[in-house]
Design a protein around this ligand. Structure first.
Ligand SMILES: [Zn+2]
Length: 275
């Protein structure tokens, strides 16, 4: 599933590609998950933002086209797409050409094989109808976020640390891969239910490091994730624990273990990640 680095990679590419172009025509799969895509017909797409794992495409009439990629969602551009004959196309937006001429327009496509993605249109910044977005914690790279604030956010619950991170509430944008990587880097067990200020501070530093590296590497691609140009990320070669259960810990040499936590595979080092 795309996490912050993957969505941020797409956002950066979109920011250059949208350029304030008008949506000339739009369409979608009949599911209510995707039909709001049509609501921005006639509006210009003026900016590409991101909050956690959500893409926020601002329009010139004060709204936002909110796209969650789910597990297999991907955006791309095509000059002459086969709308009718494409079984995984869930939404599309035909954009005015960069020079304003309709005949050489191109279309932004949203493909989603497994249909866990979602599209919504809201007044800019008003996310009450999207609870996961409304409840999202601070952005990891928000300069106002420090170890103390993360510690306070984590102190609101006694659930396991990894469960809390995946909930998006203490901090936004972290999913299974980057949670495992950051917890390993910080030397903290994913099963811990309470950490102090010092470890919360170390965890924030670790989260920033692994997410920053993920962005620098254009995201992590194991199977589905593709950027706007259809390319893969390269961060999968830089992971220390995710996908390495049974291999030796890169820090202490002890065999990494894995277990299912919250229906997701968690990988950790039983020796150097303490409870
Ligand atoms: Zn270790």
């Amino acid at each position: 599933m795309p996490e912050l680095p993957e969505v941020e990679t797409i956002r950066r590419q979109l920011d250059g590609a949208l350029g304030g172009r008008r949506v000339v025509e739009a369409g979608s799969h009949p599911s209510a998950k995707f039909t709001p895509a049509r609501d921005v017909t006639g509006a210009r797409l003026v900016a590409a933002g991101r909050r956690g794992k959500f893409l926020l495409l601002g329009t010139d009439d004060g709204r936002e086209l909110v796209i969650h990629l789910g597990m297999t969602g991907a955006l791309s551009f095509h000059p002459r797409p086969d709308i009718e004959g494409d079984p995984y196309l869930r939404a599309w937006w035909r954009l005015e050409a960069t020079d304003g001429r309709r005949e050489i327009s191109e279309t932004m496509l949203f493909h989603d094989v497994r249909r866990f993605g979602r599209i919504r249109v809201v007044a800019a910044g008003e996310y009450e109808t999207i609870p996961a977005l409304a409840a999202a914690g601070p952005e990891p790279f928000d300069p106002d976020l420090d170890g103390r604030r993360l510690w306070l956010n984590l102190s609101k619950s006694r659930r396991r640390l990894k469960t809390q991170l995946l909930s998006q509430r203490p901090i936004a944008g972290v999913g299974n891969i980057y949670a495992d990587e950051a917890l390993w880097l910080a030397g903290i067990s994913p099963f811990t239910t309470s950490i102090g200020l010092a470890r919360a501070t170390r965890l924030l530093e670790a989260l920033r490091q692994v997410l920053g590296q993920g962005i620098d590497n254009g995201g992590t691609t194991f199977r589905d994730y593709r950027n706007l140009a259809g390319g893969s990320g390269s961060n999968q070669t830089a992971l220390a624990v995710y996908g390495r259960a049974g291999a030796p810990c890169l820090r202490c040499g002890v065999t990494l273990r894995s277990a299912v936590l919250d229906a997701r595979t968690t990988t950790w080092c039983p020796a150097c990640q303490r409870r």
